[in-house]
Design a protein around this ligand. Structure first.
Ligand SMILES: Nc1ncnc2c1ncn2[C@@H]1O[C@H](COP(=O)(O)OP(=O)(O)O)[C@@H](O)[C@H]1O
Ligand SMILES: [Mg+2]
Length: 251
């Protein structure tokens, strides 16, 4: 595979749910790219289609028309709710090893590393997400929300993806914990040149975090730009509305 600087390209993506008179078009011609190492923000109200875009990139919803080109191995996902996205019956060590065990499902050439290697990789990843190897023995319920989201991020990074899709990754956390988890994500982005699709309904958290922000309204991208430009001089009424509801706009 040729090394491309565009990791993913969406072109005119249309997604609908339901049939005939109940058919509802949720994405209506979505076009954008995510470059290597780029943090692209996707902002919009609840129900605007943000999660559907994430699922379309991961092949989890059928695309009616348009094209998605992935120039990278499987992107990984971090979800909003760190409580439900970790198997409560398993230890953190088991959970974090799982992506390594599943590697041959994605790539028949891939070999499962032996148990010692897997354990060493988990220990290293735990340190990278600001925890330590003692967490391996714990169950998810013994951890705080912030610690659990660190585990989710670490688990997503076990296969060394170049692209992380983070769907409201801090929305379920307390404000101070949000800042800590965002700082961790930024640090990992810088260290690994990790690209992200950062989904949020809150433009405040996105300003410092994203290189570029897409504004989604009812399944269409209505405006996009670098945070500076977009926040200073929004063109669309909908963008102004979002800024206002985030307490950012001047008027
Ligand atoms: N599997 C599904 N079946 C039917 N409707 C769906 C499905 N998934 C999402 N929707 C609808 O699509 C719209 C967009 O949903 P979603 O992408 O989850 O929005 P967001 O993440 O921005 O809140 C909503 O109206 C939602 O009810
Ligand atoms: Mg959503």
């Amino acid at each position: 595979m040729e090394r491309s600087d565009t990791l993913v390209e969406l072109k005119d993506i249309v997604v609908s749910f339901g049939k005939k008179e109940k058919k509802k078009t949720v994405l209506n011609g979505i076009t954008f790219t995510i470059g290597r190492g780029e943090i692209v923000g996707l902002a919009g109200e609840s129900g605007s289609g943000k999660s559907t875009i994430a699922k379309a990139i991961l092949g989890m919803v059928p695309v009616e028309s348009g094209n998605i080109t992935l120039n990278t191995k499987a992107p990984q996902m971090v979800f909003q709710d760190p409580y439900s996205s970790l198997n409560p019956a398993k230890t953190i060590g088991w959970i974090m090893q799982e992506p390594l065990k599943l590697a041959p499902n994605r790539d028949p050439e891939a070999k499962i590393p032996d148990a010692d290697t897997r354990k060493a990789k988990v220990a290293e990843m735990l340190r990278e997400v600001g925890l330590d190897e003692s967490y391996m023995a714990h169950k998810p319920r013994e951890l705080s929300g912030g610690q659990r989201q660190r585990i989710c991020i670490g688990t997503a990074l076990m296969t060394e993806p170049e692209l992380l899709i983070a769907d409201e990754p801090v929305s379920a956390l307390d404000v101070t914990i949000q800042a800590q988890v965002l700082a961790l994500m930024k640090e990992l982005h810088e260290k690994k040149n990790l690209a992200m699709l950062f989904i949020s309904h809150d433009l405040r958290t996105m300003y410092h975090f994203c290189d570029r922000i897409l504004i989604l309204n009812k399944g269409r991208i209505v405006e996009e730009g670098a945070p500076d430009t977009l926040y200073r001089d929004p063109k669309e009424e909908y963008t102004k509305l979002l800024l206002k509801s985030a307490g950012i706009s001047k008027t």
